[in-house]
Design a protein around this ligand. Structure first.
Ligand SMILES: *Cc1c(COP(=O)(O)O)cnc(C)c1O
Length: 381
């Protein structure tokens, strides 16, 4: 089945008791047993819920995996993945990681003995040199947030595997429609389904997909033991959102391409970070490992001042100033003070997150309206 059909059909069966075409929201905490242990596969709703199960099956299919495991947020999903590690283990991660992921590693798991290295992953050979016998996990994000760097998943997975490290890819930015890391050699894929999968800015949810039974068993154990599970209504919203994933992401990609070209020509705009440009250092790899270049881009201003960036962001009307991404509506954000606020200034400047850097999540409105909105805002500075 092609992904355009999987989004609608994979794991989705009409409800056996009514024929309802939409997966019901099983709003229940427990399930009646006819005699102890005699049940229909569900005992208690932290452990399992049919709405959640449908979503987990669907997500596993979208990523060409075998097992989907859903959590109450992307961060809860990441926490469950990091719990595969033991004190003293080392994780190597991209140095322009999502701010919340950086915080979870350095402020939570580091306290329990996890060692972390944050490195530039643009050159796979440099990554290979950093992987030692203590490295138990390599954490990749691509395209990265907010710099839109591209990491070569296949090349890094190959060298990590040789050393026995688990390769995880946070695939939130690309979505399963644009990129399937398991096909490129990754062991685990993470999604903040809050973003493109949900797609309508109305739910927080996280998901993990793998092909490997032993990893899945540990993840299901943590899901049940720790209990950071999503409610059935949230699972329903994500299932519903996924049905239009391909249509929404296609339009977002088209719009982003036009917006990137417009910004690139604007005299007040400094650099535009967009992997669809031939001049982007990761363009060739992106072309190989992604179906299209995504709906995200960042740019900074010739006048690299915080005030100027703030003026632009408070002047746009269609681009709403908000955290998050991947919804139908376009969003504008300021990494230095918003998503990456918890990263020290020195660290963020090293990776290019300047004071005036602005990140756009391009939505699916008419692109002419989006460009007109940016044009008006840029005349304010
Ligand atoms: C939002 C996001 C997360 C965290 O997901 P939540 O659902 O907000 O917990 C992780 N990684 C990336 C790349 C994200 O954009």
């Amino acid at each position: 089945m092609k992904i355009e059909s999987k989004v609608i059909h994979a794991g989705i069966e009409p409800d056996p008791s009514t024929g309802a075409i939409m997966t019901p929201i099983f709003q229940t905490s427990t399930y009646v047993q006819s005699s102890p242990g005699d049940h229909k596969g569900f005992e208690y709703a932290r452990t399992g819920n049919p709405t959640r199960k449908a979503l987990e099956t669907n997500l596993a299919a979208l990523e060409n995996g075998k097992y989907g495991v859903c959590f109450s947020s992307g961060m809860a999903a990441m926490d469950a993945i990091l719990q595969l590690l033991d004190p003293g283990d080392e994780v190597i991660a991209t140095n322009d990681l999502y701010g919340g992921s950086y915080r979870l590693i350095t402020k939570v798991h580091a306290r329990y003995g996890l060692n972390a290295k944050f490195i530039d992953m643009s050159k796979p050979t440099a990554v290979a040199r950093k992987i030692s016998k203590n490295t138990k996990m390599v954490w990749i994000e691509t395209p990265t947030n907010p710099m839109l760097n591209i990491v070569n998943i296949a090349a890094i997975a190959k060298s990590a595997k040789r050393k026995g490290a688990i390769v995880v890819v946070d695939n939130t930015f690309a979505s399963p429609y644009l990129q399937n890391p398991l096909d490129l050699g990754a062991d685990i894929v993470l999604h903040s389904a809050t973003k493109y999968l949900g797609g309508h800015s109305d739910v927080i949810l996280g998901a993990v997909v793998t092909k490997k039974k032993e990893l899945a068993e540990q993840l299901f154990f943590t899901q049940n033991a720790v209990g950071a599970v999503p409610g059935p209504q949230d699972c329903f919203l994500v299932l519903r959102g996924i049905k239009t994933l391909h249509v929404r992401v296609d339009r977002a990609c088209k719009n982003a391409k036009k917006v990137a070209k417009y910004l690139d020509r604007h005299p007040k705009v400094g650099r535009v970070y967009y992997p669809g440009f031939k001049s982007h250092p990761g363009h060739e790899i992106a072309k190989k490992q992604m179906r299209d270049f995504g709906g995200m881009l960042s740019f900074d201003l010739v006048d690299d001042k915080l005030d100027a960036a703030h003026k632009v962001m408070s002047s746009t009307k269609m681009f709403a100033l908000a955290e998050s991404l991947g919804g139908v509506e376009s969003l504008i954000g300021h990494p230095a003070s918003m998503t990456h606020g918890s990263i020290p200034k020195k660290e963020r400047l090293k990776v290019g997150i300047t004071d005036s850097l602005i990140r756009l999540s391009v939505g699916i409105e008419h692109v002419d309206d989006l460009i007109a909105d940016l044009e008006t805002a840029l005349t304010e500075i």
